[in-house]
Design a protein around this ligand. Structure first.
Ligand code: ADE
Length: 225
């Protein structure tokens, strides 16, 4: 999988992709992540990337030219499954969407800044918009890091058996049941007896029940569809 991230602040994204599981996925060749600085594509003599908002109002708007030139350059080099724009003004990202994106070959992720990007980029180039939650960040970079992390760990081979995504929270539409490790008794705080029983069938039933109870209590919306 190849991911091209278009941003005005590539430095924000250098660290998250250089640690732990994502670093391993990159080093092992499961994913190639390329950061592109939108400002490098500005043809303006001041290297401008934004301008005032038509119709007035506070805040600057990222202009078409550098973003369009960069997208057209990338599209001339390969086909993309999706050109994604990170924005709070759309539906919220889910595990289902992460699963879907993990099957892509090439994707572009465009990060907005200031008030956002000129609507015509969204109308003519963007194929998917993603929000990571109903709150506003200063830019799309941290949101893009969240999406890349959630997607890359699902690429077959990235996770080992011990970290398998099959037992993830939300993978089956439920939250995860409680988990415990040694000691079985910490100053009187005991691990539920059934987990020490060695009876796999009972353990699985207990986990399913706990997952269901927790989901019903704190995220009943997940059980609706
Ligand atoms: N950019 C700013 N806020 C965002 C959010 N909540 N999700 C995605 N991109 C964003």
């Amino acid at each position: 999988m190849r991911i091209d991230i278009l941003t005005l602040f590539p430095e924000i994204l250098e660290s998250p992709f250089n640690q732990s599981m994502l670093k391993r996925a990159v080093n092992k060749g499961y994913v190639e992540i390329n950061l592109h600085n939108i400002r490098d594509y500005s043809t303006d003599k001041h290297k401008s990337v934004d301008d005032y908002c038509f119709g007035g109002g506070a805040g600057m708007v990222m202009m078409i030219q550098p973003i369009e030139d960069l997208i057209l350059k990338l599209k001339s080099e390969r086909d993309y499954d999706e050109i994604i724009y990170m924005t709070p003004d759309t539906k919220v990202f889910t595990q289902k969407e992460a699963n879907r994106l993990s099957m892509s070959t090439n994707i572009i992720i465009l990060c907005g800044h200031y008030k956002g990007i000129d609507q015509r980029i969204r109308d003519h180039y963007i194929t998917k918009e993603i929000s990571i939650g109903d709150y506003v960040l200063t830019g799309g970079e941290l949101a893009a890091a969240v999406v890349v992390d959630a997607v890359v760990r699902l690429i077959p081979g990235v996770l080992t058996d011990e970290t398998s995504a099959l037992s993830d929270s939300l993978q089956d539409g439920l939250l995860s049941p409680p988990i415990y490790t040694r000691p079985a008794d910490h100053n009187g705080w005991k691990v539920p007896e059934i987990l020490l029983s060695g009876n796999e069938k009972l353990v699985n039933e207990w986990r399913e029940n706990k997952a269901f109870e927790l989901t019903e209590r704190v995220r009943p919306d997940l059980l609706e569809d």
